[in-house]
Write a protein that binds this ligand. Sequence first.
Ligand SMILES: [Zn+2]
Length: 255
Amino acid sequence: MLGQAHSIMYHDVAPDCQTKPGVIYTLAQTEFRRHLDTLKSLPFISVALCTADWGNKAPVLITFDDGGAGSPWIGEELERCGWRGHFFVVTDLIGAPGFMGRSEIRTLAERGHVIGSHSCSHPLRISALSDAALEHEWGDSVRILADVIGQPISTASVPGGFYSRRVGEAAMKAGITQLFTSTPTSAVKRLGPGTVFGRYTADRRTKMSDLVSFAGSRHSGPRRRQQLFWNIKSIAKSVSGERYERLRRVLLRLP
Ligand SMILES: [Zn+2]
């Protein structure tokens, strides 16, 4: 373990009139501003980039998955606070409706934000792919993004939260040295030549007291709740069929 970082995982932000009730991962602009104002009011945090040397203090790393069309607006809002963020792009979706195009990605990079890979195709279960498919998802996405921004790509986030050591090692082989998972933890771990960060999920259901906890306050309840929920989901994902049914009965104390 390499100490701690408090990473927060967002997806996209849209104008208030465009948000839909059931879509929890796209925040309305006023909601996202409230998140940033809350983070800004916390004297104990230091928002940083994973590529910087953040010294002794555990940083807050703000990340966005999928490369959504709201990213340029998000970038400007972060800059208004004096901060920069991490934007993880699905390269097959560059320029597709609802996603950033090449020039928007390049502009974010020029303004000091970190651009990273979120795979080529956002596979449903990246941990189930063959070695060759993994090499394609990481290797080609990194090459495409490097071509877009004119700089090497060294960061990525794992799509769908399906992190495994094999997925991580394949990312490192593609030149990624900072990899973000969806595991809700502040523990920073070493993997070969690289570093693996967990993340706390922030969406439309996130209360401001949860966000303060995700940013590393002493109030660990919301962090622990997200960890517990994640562990239960992981158990459900790792067992299947009959075994899952048996486990469910045990957990629910059914006959
Ligand atoms: Zn994603």
